[in-house]
Design a protein around this ligand. Structure first.
Ligand SMILES: Nc1ncnc2c1ncn2[C@@H]1O[C@H](COP(=O)(O)OP(=O)(O)OP(=O)(O)O)[C@@H](O)[C@H]1O
Length: 257
């Protein structure tokens, strides 16, 4: 079943100079898929993710998530929809410094009025899965970048969202921590069938996806599927990026082992 459908999506930023950042994008993501979005800098990747995540509004076209058009919801309904159905992971972690790791993780449940017992049970379960059980009582300034990103992923997953949206989740991490984060996302996708949409510049990170779509100048350029071999998929991603001139960013050192 399709979890996400994007139809004829367009985005024009208006300002001193107006800019057409997305042109007629069609995209379907099935339940349980792990889809990467790649493309040169300024091609519209984050804009697309922001339209899907309802952070920003499209100029034209339609977005449907789990059968719902989020842009037809009222302000309050949209806030609830985001909190219940979506999980967000960003490059900058966005953790609250004054709270402990555990307090950060359970925040979405606090907002939803879940009982303390259930909150603790779910926090323990997710911490175990993400390998952060030993650091649950630490403050976020006492943990490493990799641990901070795992904390942010735990927070994004604890309410069991239908769709997880990740924008450069490995962007601030060294190669080992980046690989850990991608392995965690892959495992959660495999075991819990959580649908994931990931924007990344990093071919190694993208190679963990089932499918990668490529955007150029705001338009869909190509898409490739992972076959049996991840190493071959990684190579095809690099080839496609070179072909479209998308290797303008520093190459991530994340190497597949
Ligand atoms: N708020 C805005 N107002 C005007 N133009 C914008 C705005 N946000 C993005 N743009 C422009 O839209 C285009 C797409 O931006 P976007 O951030 O989606 O690209 P990207 O592919 O994610 O880039 P990068 O890989 O560098 O993060 C760029 O040319 C950018 O300058």
């Amino acid at each position: 079943m399709d979890l996400l459908t994007v139809r004829s999506l367009g985005k024009i930023y208006t300002g001193a100079v107006s800019y057409e950042a997305l042109v007629n994008i069609d995209l379907t993501v099935g339940e349980g898929e792990f889809v990467g979005i790649m493309g040169p800098s300024g091609s519209g990747k984050t804009t697309l993710l922001n339209m899907v995540s309802t952070i920003d509004r499209p100029t034209s076209g339609e977005v449907r998530i789990a059968g719902e058009d989020p842009y037809k919801l009222t302000y309050d309904q949209l806030a609830l929809f985001r909190r219940r159905e979506l999980g967000f992971v960003f490059q900058a972690y966005n953790l609250l410094q004054t709270l402990s790791v555990k307090e950060n993780i359970v925040l979405p449940l606090v907002l939803d009025g879940i009982s303390v017992g259930e909150m603790n049970r779910r926090a323990e379960e997710i911490a175990e899965k993400l390998g952060i059980a030993p650091i649950m009582d630490k403050r976020t300034y006492e943990i490493s970048g990799g641990q901070a990103q795992r904390t942010a992923i735990a927070r994004a997953l604890i309410h069991r969202p239908k769709l997880v949206l990740a924008d450069e989740p490995t962007g601030n991490l060294d190669s080992r921590a980046a690989r850990d984060v991608m392995e965690i996302l892959e495992k959660r996708n495999d075991e819990d069938r959580t649908t994931m949409l990931l924007v990344t510049h990093d071919p190694a990170a993208a190679s963990y996806c089932n499918r990668v779509i490529f955007i150029k100048d705001g338009r869909l350029y190509n898409e490739i599927h992972c076959g049996d071999s991840r190493a071959a998929f990684y190579q095809r991603i690099i080839d496609l990026l070179s072909m479209m001139g998308g290797m303008d960013h520093e190459f991530s050192p994340v190497r597949r082992s």
